[in-house]
Design a protein around this ligand. Sequence first.
Ligand code: C2O
Length: 583
Amino acid sequence: MTFSLYGIFLSIFWLPSLVRSDTVTYDFDVGWVYANPDGAANRPTIGINGKWPIPPIVVTKGDQLVVNVKNSLGNESTSLHFHGLYQNGTTHMDGPVSVTQCNIAPGGSFKYNFTVDQPGTYWYHSHVRGQYPDGLRGPFIVKDPDSPHKDLYDEEIVLTFSDWYHDLMNGLLASFVNIANPSGAEPVPNSALVNDTQNLGIKIEPGKTYLFRMINIGAFAAQYVWFEDHTMQIVEVDGIYTEPKDAEMLYLTAAQRYSVLITAKNSTNANFAFVGSMDQDLFDVVPDGLNANVTGWLVYDDTKDKPAPKEIAAFEPFDDFELVPQDKEGLYDKVDQSITLDLKMDNLGDGANYAFFNDVTYVHPKVPTLYTVLSTGENATNPIIYGSNTNQFMLSENQVVEIVLNNNDPGKHPFHLHGHAFQVVHRSEDEVGAYSANSSIISAFPKSPMRRDTILVRPNGNIVLRFRSDNPGVWLFHCHIEWHVASGLVATMIESPLSIQKQLFGKIPQDHLDACTLSKTPTAGNAAGNTQNLLDLSGENKSPPPIPAGFEARGIVALVFSCVAAFVGMAVIVWYGMAPMKA
Ligand code: C2O
């Protein structure tokens, strides 16, 4: 980590009158290492500078952050996304490939450079299809000298929770989006981790109060989290300070964060277990012998034993809908633009299972969406040019935007919006079907709704989210289950495209463009890369066609298998290629 001379100059000479602002630099060489965090399988894992777990990024509010990424993976492209950071004025530093940048191909490098002016608990992860569960995900902490809670605790501890697979994502993804998996059953993780290990002991001193920053950096599983005989006091959720609320158990979906205060007991008589327990409702099949739990201990006395966690009668987590932001920002009650997203899962003509918003499954465009914005002049406001499979929505400036999401699926989904925290104005119970704005629902909207950047929608339920379009940029909205990103549960919010042009036209750094050259990605024109006729999308990336009328997906499987069986010598090979749905 280095600090710029300018930063030091400022702090020495101008500290009394200016907020301190440093430049914090990380040099990240991304490459394969071996890791065995659950002791059950030593596997290739994506590390940084030859190590895994990867380092946390730690900055102070107001800092300039520079992350120099070099891709030494050899066989895979990469990128980094800084989850929860608004990237105001720097949408080109947001990280999703084909959205705000090109792939960083093997051998390539890329500089992320932006100011961090929001405090709280975040994380960073690869934003290339399906890559982060291979290990490229870690904490991102923004310290706040002005935190309203800073006098309430003595020490900070970061806890990450995650689900871990013994197999690499590349193979798992190939078998997930596959004709041999027509129901779309997601691969089930092999184990749960805390701080990328198990049986973690945390040294606790009697009488002290700790701020635990908890982050679910998993790929799929939500986790129930509790500390035996200790109450948590929630003070921050996804970077938003909250009015303090006591909780005995939390539920963290993939990508959610909570900061909680925990006050230690005054005696050192005993040690106490804490548990992360994966929500098994998400798993279509629970494999025999799966241990869905990860245990750690608050260690008051190293010489005393570490008790096994007690059985619990039921999972009864705190309802995050009850949280109130500390700034008490009022409900956005006048909506300017409302977007309805109907979620479903279904098969396409290749027999595989896909995820859809409004009958469209996301397929990345040939030209990153931001580069289409920057290269199309006033046509940038025409949604057509962004292609037929990007689920794009144009947001105009400084409007109250509402997203109504109807989950027509029996699964739970954690939805995340880049570039914003949203007010959660409504979340239904299970099995109520589509949202309808009746007066009893509207009158129950909170006065100061919880804000966060990732929210669970319940099975066959709905959510209503609102935010102000005050941040020009190209922002994804997607399910944070990495399997569902791969199967297309993604929409693109193109916010104030003409303002993006004013901010960034001609200002995309040369190394960003070099990454496009190395990965052979066009940087101008519509989604198909057509710079002459922006309305001509021929050659664009598209999803497979629908199932031919009269066929069921299972029928297609049978049909394909009977054709394959005719080539007796090939049948075995094809079967192995399609079927490794290991649990
Ligand atoms: Cu954690 Cu698209 O984000």
